[in-house]
Ligand binder design. Structure first.
Ligand code: TGC
Ligand code: FAD
Length: 388
């Protein structure tokens, strides 16, 4: 006889390949065993421990969806499932993996020369070299085409000037992928840490993504060799293609954060007794739990569908905007409902819900704000671009 499984009501696990199921369960186990016991320490320290980079490399999640150069070449769905499990731990953990694999490594893989790929990708897949991705600037966030960073040719090389802001892993990175204007369009450059004229300053006093390093990158007449240029792209299209990859991971990751909040709320309401009975036995509490359950599973159905479209080579930027728009908003709503169900305990670090809730405020903003994805879909619906 068939029965309703609250953990997987639509039998989505059965739609996955054996490898995808194994990757999801391996990452879930790692997050529970290795990451959750240290997440509060990482929050208090304001960043992930350095040892986590090589461990994530060993786990095989850094650039896992890329082919060759020490990368596993998994399906997009497998990568999405890994993002889900990582973000069930903390958005900062998923961010670390997104920036490494989908932004920095993807940029090199898609637009780098063979020498650049040979030099950087294998150590990055192993987590021995950390990458960051510098697109946003103090005065150019949603509109990266307004960037001021510039690179001019100087003999065989380039001279880079400008400032990048809000850069995940900026001060931890061994290599920064930096986008700058040139006479020939917007181009990407690989800037090794320690280059003359390149320094970083960490952003202090964040109230969100606290267990993640966020930095300013400052370039003052930073001289780069000619082979620092990513030769495969010469316009903003290159950077936006990288964003599509990372946004795809967020479509799944948001489901993980929401699932963690739902699980915390189910546990808490089952054991919290008020007025003589567990609060889970109250109609209004059940209504909240059901709203969250339906939202999380709708988010998973959406992510799975987008994953399969990506695996089939059919995904468009609009699909990804749809997924980020819908799933991040869903996760924020689920986290807020869970926080309320935990009462006063909900505001502490002892439970994960407030941590997820404040993280999701960053997730709503980065990788294209909720409004930018609204406008991408608005353009698809009406034919009018309303960005300007
Ligand atoms: P537009 O004229 O629309 O497009 C320029 C060229 O790019 C192509 N394109 C895309 N390609 C791939 N994926 C996408 N999502 C693409 N969107 C556009 C487009 O086809 C065109 O190609 P071509 O060959 O014709 O030149 O460009 P626009 O300047 O009008 O851009 C519009 C807009 C607003 C959508 C874009 O600027 C945008 O997405 N803004 C948001 C910026 C953003 O998301 N920044 C994120 C920075 S990185 C980050 O936040 C990391 S957080 C850490 C973590 O991930 O965990
Ligand atoms: P703005 O673009 O100034 O937007 C402010 C408000 O105006 C938003 O509500 C926005 O939706 C709205 N708005 C803007 N334009 C329009 C419009 N046309 N119509 C309607 N509303 C509009 N960037 C990187 O390059 N690399 C990273 O690794 C990185 N990591 C990050 C990590 C964290 C924790 C955070 C918070 C940000 C990170 N970012 C990174 C930057 C992120 O991508 C930007 O914050 C984001 O693109 C928004 O830019 P902004 O903050 O300048 O906001």
């Amino acid at each position: 006889m068939t029965s309703y499984s609250v953990d997987d009501p639509f039998g989505l696990a059965g739609e996955l390949t054996g490898e995808e199921q194994l990757i999801a369960s391996t990452v879930r186990d790692w997050v529970r065993r290795r990451f959750l016991p240290i997440v509060v320490d990482a929050w208090r320290a304001g960043g992930l421990p350095a040892a986590l980079g090589p461990e994530l490399g060993e786990l095989g999640v850094l650039g896992m969806h890329l082919e060759g150069y020490g990368c596993a070449g998994t399906s997009a769905t497998a990568y999405g499932l890994a993002c889900l499990e990582l973000e069930a731990g903390d958005s900062g953990l998923r961010s670390f993996v997104s920036v490494q694999g989908s932004l920095a490594m993807f940029a090199i893989h898609a637009f780098g020369s063979e020498e650049q790929k040979d030099h950087w990708l294998e150590p990055m897949a192993a987590g021995e070299v950390i990458g960051c991705f510098g697109l946003t600037e103090p005065d150019a966030g949603s509109d990266p085409s307004a960037m001021r960073a510039s690179a001019r040719r100087d003999g065989d090389g380039w001279v880079l000037n400008g400032t990048k802001m809000w850069i995940t892993n900026g001060s931890r990175a061994g290599v920064a992928v930096v986008w700058a204007k040139t006479d020939e369009g917007i181009k990407g450059f690989l800037v090794p840490a320690g280059s003359d004229g390149f320094r970083t300053v960490d952003v202090k006093d964040k109230l969100s993504l606290v267990a993640s390093t966020t930095s300013e990158l400052i370039f003052e007449d930073c001289r780069l060799d000619g082979d620092a240029l990513l030769p495969g792209v010469g316009s903003l299209r290159g950077a936006l293609a990288c964003l599509s990859e990372a946004r795809y991971g967020i479509v799944w990751g948001a489901v993980g954060a929401a699932r963690a909040c739902l699980e915390a709320a189910l546990d808490y309401t089952a054991s919290r007794v008020q007025f003589g009975r567990p609060i889970a036995a109250r109609q209004i509490v059940q209504q909240e739990l059901v709203e969250m359950h339906v939202a999380v599973n709708n988010g998973l159905l959406l992510a799975t569908r987008i994953g399969r479209l990506k695996d089939a080579g059919l995904v468009t930027p609009e699909h990804i905007s749809y997924g980020k728009f819908s799933n991040v908003r869903m996760a924020t709503d689920v986290a807020r409902r869970a926080r309320a169900l935990l009462g006063a305990n909900g505001i502490t670090l002892e439970y994960p819900v407030m941590r997820h809730l404040v993280n999701l405020e960053s997730v709503l903003t980065y990788e294209g704000t909720h409004q930018i994805h609204t406008l991408v879909l608005g353009k698809a619906l009406t034919g009018h671009a309303a960005f300007e």
